[in-house]
Ligand binder design. Structure first.
Ligand SMILES: C[S@@+](CC[C@H](N)C(=O)[O-])C[C@H]1O[C@@H](n2cnc3c(N)ncnc32)[C@H](O)[C@@H]1O
Length: 433
């Protein structure tokens, strides 16, 4: 009988209707497939059982988290090749229906079942979030989802994010470091908001307090930062005390829907609206509008995805939902802009900075890899693997324009129409390559 790698390669071709664009190394040490391609390592045939049980992303993710699947070689190239396969070839549901009717496909599925060994598959890895039923984005459920993602431990985030502790896309220029690019991003937002000494700034989804600190220290703003994560809040308060900024900054563990002490001169929302859910964008926009004084500005920095015919696709992918961001949702940028306009905002500027997120994520992955043993110790080997795959896959998704990230500047323009913006807020000629 042929070795496991050759059988897998042949079965994958019959199942996919296309050769697998990777080399395979199987549990028996055999190898097959294109010689120069990255190697998909199938350490244990249990991985196949998981895949047959949950075909597609979730099955792959479970095997990856359990350490049964790995990549030897350039992870980005491997993901890029797989993304090409999934996004360009697997997108058409009609193909899948044809495939299931095809006797070759059915024979291949039976072959895989044989190769997979004794049924049933093992239980999902402990890192998987237990699915909850009931309505999405209630305050309670959002708090649980946020704790899952952010209460992994500040030490772990320090390893990945580095000293800037900013968990959103940085603003790069040639030869900058991550720390500089993050500081540049925070400063860009302060300038877009035209912050000045004494202004009241509300930073919704304040993370570990980096924006609050920058705005207070560099612009003299008085800042309220809100987060749902108790660990983030504790960390932010300590940083603020260490820098002697407690008079200017207050950090609260509070849902943004419960902030009632407006009006503010400006609001920043950086990497938070991804948690809101597209169905609630209007509620989100209404809340922020009500918290601003007339003439006040909002800077909404948010990941978006390309439009889909089926809105169910806006829910994040199965792997990310099960292991990383439960209940996260991405929608096209127009949905956010429309909700802001409907709430009464004047949308003044949209800056798309997609490529910057690819660069940021690659740096986070490099930080994680450089601290791999420590990262596994601080969380678990499974969780460290989840994060590496999630961040590398997101980098590829940004680079391939599957998802993007945008800064929307919106003003609560008063009745008389004075927006307070300069005639030429930004000159294209100033941009660097
Ligand atoms: C991706 S982090 C971004 C943190 C920070 N803005 C940064 O750029 O580093 C998202 C933040 O949104 C917060 N968040 C999510 N939903 C929230 C809600 N309903 N109310 C308040 N904060 C929320 C999380 O607690 C977290 O601090």
């Amino acid at each position: 009988m042929a070795d496991a790698a050759s059988r897998l390669t042949a079965l994958a071709k019959d199942l996919l209707g296309h050769p697998l664009p990777m080399r395979i190394r199987a549990w028996d040490g055999s190898e097959a497939g294109p010689p120069d391609a990255p190697v998909l390592v199938v350490r244990h045939r249990r991985a196949l059982r998981r895949l047959l049980w949950r075909p597609g992303e979730l099955g792959l993710a479970r095997a990856w988290v359990a350490g049964e699947l790995d990549v030897d070689g350039d992870l980005y190239e491997a993901l890029d090749r797989l993304a090409g396969l999934i996004w360009e070839r697997g997108a058409d549901a009609k193909d899948a229906v044809h495939a299931v009717r095809d006797p070759r496909f059915r024979a291949a599925a039976r072959g895989l079942l044989q190769l997979a060994g004794p049924w049933p598959p093992p239980p999902p890895p402990a890192e998987e979030v237990r699915r909850r039923s009931g309505p999405l984005h209630t305050k309670r459920r959002d708090k649980e989802a946020i704790s899952h993602h952010y209460d992994v431990g500040n030490d772990f985030y320090e390893l990945v994010l580095g000293p800037s502790m900013v968990y959103s896309c940085a603003y790069w220029s040639k030869d900058t470091t991550l720390e500089q690019a993050q500081a540049d991003k925070l400063d860009l937002i302060c300038r877009k908001l035209a912050l000045k000494k004494g202004d009241r700034l509300l930073d919704v989804g304040c993370g570990w307090g980096s924006m609050a600190i920058h705005a207070a220290r560099e612009y003299g703003a008085r800042v309220v930062g809100v987060t749902l994560s108790t660990e983030q809040a504790a960390y932010a308060r300590k940083r603020i005390a260490d820098q002697g900024l407690t008079d200017l900054i207050e950090i609260r563990v509070q849902d943004y829907r419960d902030v009632k002490d407006g009006p503010y001169d400006a609001i920043s929302s950086i990497g938070m609206a991804e948690h809101v859910g597209a169905a609630r964008y209007r509620e989100y926009a209404d809340e922020l509008y009500a918290l601003l004084k007339p003439g006040g500005r909002l800077l909404n920095h948010q990941i978006a995805r390309r439009p889909e015919k089926d809105e169910a696709a806006y829910h994040v992918d199965a792997f990310i939902d099960a292991y990383v961001f439960p209940d996260g949702e991405l929608a096209p940028v127009g949905r956010t802009a429309a909700a802001l306009e409907e709430a009464g905002f004047e949308v003044r500027d949209v800056e798309a900075i997609r490529e910057h997120y690819g660069l940021t994520l690659r740096q986070w992955v490099a930080n994680l890899e450089a601290n791999w043993a420590e990262a596994q110790r601080l969380t678990s080997p499974g969780r460290a693997r989840v994060w590496r795959l999630y961040m590398a896959a997101c980098a590829v998704a940004f680079e391939r324009n599957r998802i993007g990230v945008n800064q929307i500047l919106a003003v609560r323009t008063p009745e008389d129409g004075t927006s307070g913006l300069p005639l030429r807020p930004r000159a294209w000629t100033e941009t660097t390559s």
